[in-house]
Ligand binder design. Structure first.
Ligand code: FMN
Length: 175
């Protein structure tokens, strides 16, 4: 559609596929969300992550209830949101696929954050969090997470998922 023309609207009700196709137009950062604790180590790729408030610093993560990571995330009550950098596409696919948890962590360099959740060396940034509230909506749990620690990984170029593909984002020029 040429710029300036009236957008083509889709009649209600919006189907699941129409919603998914529309969401593919909404570019988002790619993160690996990890957990560790009594229920063991696990992690999954997530683009459904956003800020809620800075007082107290809180973000939300949407977790599919059928994900193999779900029970460990809920039982441990802590997560680390590792925001991926350019070059992390394969790692993202590994954590976004049907791979056993230990095979996922065989790639990349991981250390324990203060909460105990795995933190990725070379991420753009990592948010170490305690889950303070969970709200169930349809197929997903929305995790409200208080950020108790932060780490900048030093990566300069970001990674976003847009139009069902990865794209890299240039960082700020060196001062
Ligand atoms: C780019 C990308 C973004 C994703 N975003 C989310 C997300 O926000 N929430 C979620 O629950 N799953 C998301 N997924 C899917 C999970 O990573 C994936 O279902 C999970 O790790 C695999 O589930 P399994 O362990 O049950 O095989 C995403 C996958 C990819 C590749």
């Amino acid at each position: 559609m040429p710029a300036g023309e009236t957008p083509a609207t889709i009649a209600p009700p919006v189907t699941r596929q129409q919603f998914r196709d529309a969401m593919a137009c909404l570019g988002a950062a790619v993160n690996i969300v990890t957990t560790d604790g009594p229920a063991g180590r696990h992690g999954f790729t997530a683009s459904a992550v956003c800020s809620v408030t800075d007082s107290p610093p809180t973000l939300l993560v949407c977790l599919n209830k059928s994900s193999s990571a779900a029970s460990a995330v809920h039982a441990n009550g802590v997560i680390c949101v590792n925001t991926l950098a350019a070059g992390h596409e394969e790692l993202s696919n590994l954590f976004g696929g049907r791979t056993p948890p230990e095979e996922r962590f065989a790639r990349g360099q991981w250390c324990a954050s203060a909460t105990g959740a795995p933190m990725l060396a070379g991420a753009v940034v990592a948010f170490d969090c305690k889950i303070v509230r969970t709200v169930e909506v349809g197929t997903h749990d929305v995790l409200f997470c208080e950020v108790v620690g932060l780490a900048e990984g030093g990566a300069r170029e970001g990674l976003i998922y847009f139009s069902r593909r990865y794209h890299t984002l240039p960082g700020a020029p060196e001062a």
